[in-house]
Design a protein around this ligand. Structure first.
Ligand code: BGC
Length: 539
């Protein structure tokens, strides 16, 4: 059999057809409803208490940190008291050994240390005078303390605005001791040991941040329905009717929350949709991948969709083909068209043979390679993956399988979006005015940002879902909720800012603008934006 046929056969294993979609959406809706009623459902459906408001004033220094997966980010916001404020940030990669440390302390003391380094670098005066006062045993005035917003992108049972118990780790983190602990308290403890003038004041999931940021900046009057992350991990938070969240409304021990809007933002934690594999596709590669993770049987939806896993699925599929003597992948007989050397060489100790050795960016490279003879793919395989002088046929086989994995991920992502659109009944309401009938969805993460056509694949799937169809799909507006375009990742709100008007922003790369009115959320620009300066004007 020619290599192309083998590649097609493997690619077909990743097909996720119309009927699968339908079954997926039905099961997703069932699990959503179950999660709103009980604590013991696969879809956690966590009420976020997002309306709680920490105390604060318009003056002072505020901080935010973000632990999401690969990096830890720290930022500070200085409120000048004249309705303006400035913003500074830094980012550091989390050392791999800390992700699977023995104790919570190892990770959280590292995080606190980064906050200390940040304070020393950017707020030396404030930091030094605080430490000096502490040293002399003097009291620290309330206004000297930074209120810190903690974006913690793992499943947490939130029991208050700054209190949440870790339910489980995801995305390769595995510190057993932390499960069941209050992550705000763990961070606070380490901050206190360093005598830092910082109080953990609010806890949010990244999806909630994405939803709020998008809702705040999206065009038109319509509020955003859903904030979704398709990055290292995947998850979504959406606006639910409060009276449907019965596990909260009927819980006498629930913390207090604002009932006036009749709505509550719910963090679905959809990464764990269908852990029982009733409807999710399950190829031999999915099975092998799951077994190699620290949390087998958990986050099964995430393991088929998000950036942390797609590269590994591709690697497993390629290694399977390579090891089959009957398949001419990366073997000499297909190297007739090599432009680098005539003999393909595969480094037996290279990334191709190391678990997690292939990065999901290779899928994006494959999807974007328009060059003749797929030169970019061939060069990437040589430069980064230890497979040199591959033929155009080899590259085509890699491209075909990578495309199938990416397309399946996007179609699965559509299952979640479709289910939320249908379950919330948004399509049933129509004013007849196109702009008002928009169903707004905010997205963020490396896959939506960098994988070519991820959105188009999602849309294609949405059109195929019963109850959505072409007309429904047209009403769904998907927008990147990226801070770089003047969108701020939302961290917390407080009364002082609540009454301000438009937010004027000026980011590190020189971009400026004004975002909406009635702003009372603050966050930061990340990634390419670097540190920036933000001002809020009162009205
Ligand atoms: C976590 C979520 C998070 C998502 C995206 C998942 O692994 O469970 O809490 O929102 O990743 O970062």
């Amino acid at each position: 059999m020619a290599l192309a046929q083998h590649a097609k056969r493997v690619a077909a294993e990743f097909d996720y057809g119309k009927e699968d979609l339908q079954r997926g959406v039905a099961e997703f809706i069932r699990e959503m409803d179950a999660g709103l009623k009980t604590e013991v459902a696969t879809l956690s459906q966590i009420p976020t208490y997002v309306t709680a408001v920490p105390n604060g004033t318009e003056k002072g220094l505020y901080m935010a940190v973000d632990l999401g997966g690969t990096n830890f980010r720290v930022c500070s916001i200085q409120l000048h008291g004249d309705t303006t404020f400035s913003l500074t940030q830094s980012k550091v990669a989390i050392p791999k050994e800390l992700m699977a440390a023995k104790t919570s302390k190892e990770l959280f003391s590292f995080l606190a240390k980064q906050i200390e380094i940040f304070l020393q670098a950017h707020h030396e005066e404030h930091y030094a005078s605080h430490v000096e006062r502490k040293r002399k045993g003097n009291e620290v005035a309330e206004e000297e303390i930074f209120n810190l917003g903690f974006t913690f992108s793992f499943p947490v049972k939130q029991i208050g605005i700054n209190k949440g118990l870790l339910m489980r780790w995801t995305k390769g983190f595995d510190i057993k001791e932390t499960v069941g602990q209050d992550v705000c308290a763990l961070l606070q403890e380490e901050i206190d040991l360093l005598h830092l003038p910082v109080r953990v004041a609010a806890l949010v999931n990244d999806t909630v941040g994405t939803l709020m940021a998008r809702s705040y900046t999206s065009p038109g009057k319509t509020g955003t329905l859903l904030g979704a992350i398709f990055g290292t991990g995947t998850n979504g938070a959406y606006v639910e009717k409060l009276d449907k969240v019965t596990k909260l409304t009927e819980d006498k021990n629930a913390g207090s929350y604002d009932k006036s809007t009749g709505e509550m933002i719910v963090n679905t934690e959809w990464g764990s949709f269908d852990n029982g594999l009733k409807v999710l596709p399950n190829t031999p590669y999915d099975i092998a991948l799951d077994e190699a993770t620290p949390n087998p049987g958990i986050q099964m939806f995430e393991k088929r969709i998000s950036g942390m896993f797609l590269g590994e699925l591709l690697r497993l599929a390629l290694v399977g083909l390579y090891k089959d003597a009957a398949v001419p992948l990366f073997k000499d007989e297909n190297s007739s068209q090599n432009d680098i050397s005539s003999v393909t060489h595969v480094d037996g100790n290279g990334p191709l043979f190391k678990p997690w050795g292939i990065d999901t960016s290779l899928l994006s490279i494959c999807a974007g390679d328009q060059s003749q003879g797929l030169r970019v793919i061939r060069q990437t395989l040589e430069r980064e993956y230890g497979v040199s002088a591959v033929s155009a046929e080899d590259a085509e086989a890699v491209r075909e399988i990578a495309a199938a994995i990416g397309r399946r991920a996007a179609r699965l992502a559509a299952v979640a979006i479709a289910a939320i659109v249908l379950e919330t009944g948004r399509l049933e309401k129509s004013t007849g005015v196109v702009e008002e009938d928009v169903i707004d969805v905010g997205v963020d993460g490396s896959l939506v940002e960098f994988y070519p056509n991820f959105e188009e694949f999602m849309r294609e799937a949405l059109r195929g879902v019963e109850g959505i169809g072409e007309a429904g799909e047209k009403r769904i507006r998907i927008g990147i909720a990226k801070d770089g375009s003047g969108v701020f990742e939302i961290l917390w709100k407080w009364e002082g800012i609540k009454n301000m008007g438009a937010i004027r922003y000026e980011l590190g790369d020189g971009r400026k603008g004004v975002s909406g009115g009635g702003a009372y959320y603050i966050g930061w620009g990340m990634g390419s934006v670097g540190s920036g300066h933000v001002t809020a004007s009162g009205n």
